[in-house]
Write a new protein. Structure first.
Length: 535
């Protein structure tokens, strides 16, 4: 657990907020009923919203480290509960090995490195803890189990499968305790129903008859993808997972072993049914709402699927005793699997690192353009260079920065950022200020000063002109069409290009003032001479 925490915190260092995190930051900063109870993509996010509100007030918005620490704490708590659950069935050493596989589950890099996933991981922690409490069959602890299940539900809708597991577990214990304990599972469902009637029904739903009919296929794919991830049989370079050909045969072999064990003993371990019910519920509910981006092999689903597979395996192996050589072989295999699974974890980190560059650069551009930017300005993918910033609106973002600090590059940091980030910052600035370029078919009539003659022909590409805020005209002489290009923070390319400027025309370029001192750079390319003047 210490090694996993160190690795995750190291990989998460320097990253910033990503995709869904911005919905919480932009829309749920105030402690109101709407902020806490409003659904997010059909999910209940009561506890994640409260955690984000507290984190903002305590630590601000400069860094995701506080959120990452919370995620790591939940991951370690889940690992501790998993170890306790498996140890009860197969002993400490197999429990250690199985838990290690989950701690370093690289294909589930979204759950390990993205703090927004505290919703899923929190549900796993509270749900698994509730099952452990219920196993004690101590009715004095039923209230604790109920609170844990309600907490699992408040983290995300992933709490539903754990409530189903708890109900199955209580039903299996009915001969010893009756059915009066069903309130433990019923109370969280009542709370969820109240939330759904009040807020949850307002969320757009992807539920459809086609998805329901297709859900058995989704269920099988979910188990296969999770098995691939758990045994390092598939890798993830980005999205989606590169699936191996081994998952399905291994799953069939597992089902054959289950059938064989049942045929020999005419019964399966009692603890198998709750976790199997939870796994089936999870994959079927996910399948009912499948859309592009929610495939069964998506990275954020693999952590949950792998957890359920380990719980199922622990129950199937219950009572099996492993000798020293078997444990040594299993330990060596675990080390190999973890080593392979560190590769997609690193690739996931690289993906988030690339998104961090774009995010911090795009937001820096909005802050630089703050005096002029329209409060309703947004970041479409073609401008931002990424599709994951659509939740950000300039006015809301600048207000959040004023209250809680900025996750963006400063102007100096932007000037030293990777080229891709500088290019996108120039594009965002040009649209946020905005720059205005207008070409007229006649020479400019306005009075000009500080004119510069730009000779025509090749060889001018390394001599751009520095432009200050204000109006500049570019008068192109008779001859062939020309081209003007602009950059500011970019150094290796010109993100803004106006092609085919007509000969014998004047182009008026208006640059509004902003918060950065760096000048824009203008490049004029044409066979004939041009005159550049400050109006």
């Amino acid at each position: 657990m210490g090694a996993a925490a160190t690795l995750i915190l190291s990989y998460g260092s320097g990253l910033t907020y990503f995709q869904d995190s911005w919905e919480l930051l932009m829309n749920r900063r105030d402690l109101t009923a709407e902020a806490v109870f409003a659904p997010h993509s059909e999910h209940i996010v009561v506890l994640p919203a409260l955690i984000e509100i507290v984190s903002l007030r305590l630590f601000g918005m400069d860094s995701i480290t506080p959120d990452l620490v919370v995620l790591v704490a939940l991951l370690l708590g889940t690992a501790g509960c998993l170890f306790a659950y498996v140890r009860r069935r197969v002993g400490p050493w197999p429990a250690l090995l199985m838990t290690t596989l989950l701690l370093f589950l690289g294909p589930a890099w979204q759950d390990l490195l993205w703090p927004f996933q505290i919703g899923f991981v929190g549900s796993c922690l509270c749900g698994l803890a509730a099952l452990l409490v219920l196993e004690s069959e101590d009715r004095r602890r039923d209230l604790i189990a109920c609170i844990l299940l309600a907490s699992a539900m408040a983290f995300s809708s992933l709490g539903i499968p754990f409530v189903v597991a708890a109900a199955v577990q209580i039903l299996l214990q009915r001969r010893r305790h009756g059915l009066r304990r069903l309130w433990v599972a019923a109370a969280p469902l009542v709370l969820y129903a109240a939330w759904y009637l009040g807020w949850g029904h307002t969320a757009p739903s992807q539920f459809s008859a086609d998805n329901v009919l297709d859900s058995p296929r989704y269920l099988g794919e979910g188990f296969v993808a999770s098995l691939d991830a758990l045994l390092a049989l598939g890798t993830i370079a980005d999205e989606p997972v590169a699936r191996s050909q081994w998952g399905l045969p291994l799953l069939v072999a597992l089902l054959v072993l289950v059938a064989y064990g049942w045929a020999r003993q005419r019964r399966l371990p009692e603890g198998l049914w709750p976790v199997l019910a939870a796994a089936v519920t999870f994959w079927l509910l996910a399948g009912f709402n499948e859309i592009p981006g929610r495939e069964a092999y998506s990275s954020r689903y693999l952590y949950v699927g792998a957890l359920f597979l380990i719980l199922i395996a622990a129950n199937l192996l219950q009572g099996v005793r492993f000798n020293r050589w078997g444990l040594l072989a299993a330990g060596a295999l675990t080390a190999v699997v973890v080593g392979f699974n560190l590769v997609p974890l690193r690739e996931g980190r690289d993906f988030f690192e690339g998104q961090t560059v774009l995010t911090r650069a795009d937001l820096a551009a909005i802050e630089i353009a703050a005096p002029k930017v329209d409060p309703g300005f947004r970041l479409p993918p073609e401008t931002a260079g990424t599709p994951f910033l659509n939740e950000i609106e300039a006015g809301e973002y600048l207000q959040a920065v004023e209250e809680y600090g900025s996750p963006a590059y400063s102007a100096a940091e932007l000037a030293a950022a990777p080229e891709q980030g500088r290019v996108q910052a120039d594009l965002v600035l040009a649209n946020a200020l905005p720059l205005n370029i207008e070409t007229m078919a006649a020479p400019a009539a306005a009075r000009a000063r500080r004119c510069v003659e730009v000779p025509g022909g090749a060889g001018r590409g390394d001599e751009p002109l520095a432009l200050a805020p204000g109006t500049t005209t570019i008068a192109l002489g008779q001859g062939e069409p020309g081209k003007i290009s602009l950059r500011r923070f970019a150094r290796e390319q010109y993100p803004l290009v106006a092609e085919t400027i007509a000969p014998a025309s004047t182009t008026r370029l208006q640059i509004p003032p902003d918060r950065a001192s760096q000048p824009w750079r203008l490049l004029v390319e044409a066979p004939q001479a041009a005159t550049v003047c400050r109006v």
